[in-house]
Structure formats: C-alpha cells, structure tokens
Design a protein around this ligand. Structure first.
Ligand SMILES: NC(=O)c1ccc[n+]([C@@H]2O[C@H](COP(=O)([O-])OP(=O)(O)OC[C@H]3O[C@@H](n4cnc5c(N)ncnc54)[C@H](OP(=O)(O)O)[C@@H]3O)[C@@H](O)[C@H]2O)c1
Length: 312
C-alpha cells in the first residue's frame, strides 16, 4: 500500500512529536477540530487514488423514512463528515430509505465534490440490475457512482460482467463485491483470485478477525482495496466495551474512546483501505473521524489490542 500510515509504535518518538503536529489529540474528542489534510489515507491499488481511512456507512442509521426532522438530523451527520475531511459513503438498495436520505443530505450540501460514492446492486434477477442502479443514482443525485459493489455476492456471476462493462464505458469508476459477518469467504476468495475487481467489502473488527487469515493478505497480494463493514458489530462491541476503562495503550495511540480504539485496530491492518462505521449522531461521527488522526498500532500492538479486548 502506497501511503500506508502504520508506524512501528515507538512511545518515545510519539511523545517527542506529540506536542508539535499532534497537539490537538489532547483535546476532548467532541471539541477536537479535525483537519482534513491530516487524516490518514490509503491508496486504492488499482488507481493510486487516496481516500481517508474512515468512511461512513448508512445501514439502519439513515433508514429514517420521510420524517423531515430525522432526515435533517442525518444531513447534519453528513455535513460533519465532509467538514472532517470524510469522502467514502456506503449504501445499498437494501437499506430502506437510506439512499434518498443521503441524496437529501448531498443536495443540502451542494453536492460535495470530494464525495466518493459507494453503492451496491442487490437483486437476484440480474436483468433488473440496470434499473436498480439507475434508481439508486437518482436517489443520490450523482452523475455516476464511484464504486458499485455486488451486495452479498448475490447473482455475482451475472452482475459482475455488466459492472466491468460499465467501468470500461466510464459509467463507474470501480467495481467490487461485498459480504459481511464471515459469510461465503471461500467463494469471495475464489472471486478475488479470478475476477478483475477493484474492491471487496467484508467484516473485520477487534473480535471478528477471520479476514486476517486469508482475505486481507490476498487483497494485498492481488492489489484489491478493502472496505470494512461492521467495525463495531453494529454497536454491540461498543456497548460491551463501555463497561471497561480504556487500557493504557489507548492513550498512547491518541484514543479517548473505545470507538477510536476499535477503528484504529481495523484501519491499522495494511490490507485495509477504509472502515465505514455508521452513526446517526454528529458527536459519534466526530469521534469516529478522530480515529483517522495520529499514530496507528503496529502488528505487535494490534495483537495485544485484540488479546486484551478478547479477555475482557
Ligand atoms: N453485506 C454488506 O454489504 C454490509 C453488511 C453490513 C454492513 N454494511 C455497511 O457497513 C456499515 C457499517 O456497519 P453497521 O452499520 O452494521 O455497524 P457498525 O458501523 O459496526 O455500528 C453502527 C452502530 O454503532 C453505533 N456507533 C457509531 N459510532 C459510535 C460511537 N462513536 N460511539 C458509540 N456508538 C457508536 C451507532 O449508533 P449511533 O447512531 O447511536 O451512533 C450504530 O448503532 C453499514 O452501515 C453498511 O453501510 C455492509
């Protein structure tokens, strides 16, 4: 990975530099201004384009229906996301009203030019794929999607050739496939070995680490970017961890919350391009974006983090 930000963690070097470039880490999370230019980024191997390591998911959190207040509240989360330097937003036709809610937010923000739109095609009858993707595009109000993923490998044999054609015609920028919670990893591995895809999306977090065995190393080997879903196990991981004080190493990483610990764990794997935590709360969004600042754990500290958390 070209701009791999993972540092072998050296407490002395960290303390020596903290007062200069990383001084804002001492601020309380909610008040901390996030400078877009200082966010950690990773490059998409197939193009070299850099994206910030923290993105934004939309499943459940943005499925708020037509209620104007709830839609506006989601728009404020999206506003805070761009203000913090975020780019990658992920959605799917499976996520109820999330697509029009994202479209509402983007329209209010004047269609931010830095958006990296990640969508999915999710229909068993692949002949309906084009109509579904066009409906999604209209909901977002974008000229084209940056990334189109086959959701949960559904009918991938039919969808993928079409997505590759669309990319060749300039109607998409990247092609990918998603799964979650460890489902169909063997088949995903086969696809990664044989198909021309730019991205995979999979689950990886402090407790669900199966992807570290084969898929993340394979993504590095094959030059495939990785989006990570469910970094908080849909919130359950943070609920569980909230009962415990932060370990000493959390402060050394500049983390003042379990959310930042969980995200730094995920994005410090050299095979990961971007984690896409979902939230409906501006305060949580800012906290999550803070995980793209400051040092990341090296391999030894990652192992310790996972072991310590598993033992709690
Ligand atoms: N197969 C697939 O393609 C697939 C499957 C699953 C997910 N995804 C994608 O991945 C995204 C992320 O996964 P996910 O939505 O399942 O779960 P997640 O990101 O692991 O967790 C989201 C939950 O965490 C809470 N949360 C977020 N930030 C927090 C913070 N700083 N402190 C405390 N709580 C916090 C949120 O509640 P609040 O609103 O209260 O913050 C929300 O309930 C999805 O939204 C979706 O875009 C894709």
């Amino acid at each position: 990975m070209q701009t791999r930000p993972t540092l072998p963690f050296n407490r002395r070097r960290w303390l020596a530099t903290a007062t200069a470039s990383l001084a804002p880490l001492a601020w309380p999370a909610l008040a901390r201004p996030v400078a877009a230019s200082s966010l950690q980024t990773r490059r998409i191997p197939s193009s070299g384009e850099a994206v910030p390591v923290i993105g934004l998911g939309s499943w459940i959190t943005f499925n708020v229906g037509n209620d104007p207040q709830a839609r506006d509240a989601c728009a404020e989360v999206v506003r805070a996301f761009f203000a913090a330097g975020g780019r990658v937003i992920d959605s799917s036709p499976m996520y109820g009203s999330s697509q029009p809610v994202i479209g509402h937010a983007l329209a209010r923000l004047g269609q931010p030019a830095t958006l990296f739109s990640a969508e999915k095609v999710w229909v068993g009858d692949a002949s309906r794929g084009p109509a579904q993707m066009e409906a999604s595009r209209a909901f977002w109000g974008v000229p084209r999607f940056d990334l189109m993923q086959v959701h949960n490998l559904l009918a991938w044999e039919e969808h993928l050739p079409r997505l590759i054609e669309m990319k060749a015609a300039g109607r998409l920028r990247y092609v990918g496939i998603s799964t979650s919670e460890g489902r169909r990893h063997a088949e995903l591995e086969r696809i990664m070995r044989t198909q021309r895809i730019d991205f995979v999306q999979l689950t990886h977090n402090l407790l669900d680490r199966e992807a570290e065995q084969r898929l993340l190393p394979l993504a590095q080997e094959r030059g495939i970017a990785v989006l990570v879903n469910r970094p908080f196990r849909q919130g359950a991981l943070l609920d569980q961890l909230a009962r415990h004080p932060l370990p000493g190493w959390a402060g050394e990483l500049g983390c003042d919350s379990w959310a930042q610990v969980a995200l730094k764990f995920v994005v410090s794997h050299p095979g990961v391009t971007c984690a896409i935590p979902a939230t409906r709360q501006v305060a949580h969004l800012r906290q999550n974006m803070g995980a793209a600042l400051g040092p990341l754990p090296d391999a030894a500290l990652r192992l310790r983090m996972a072991r310590d958390v598993a033992a709690l």
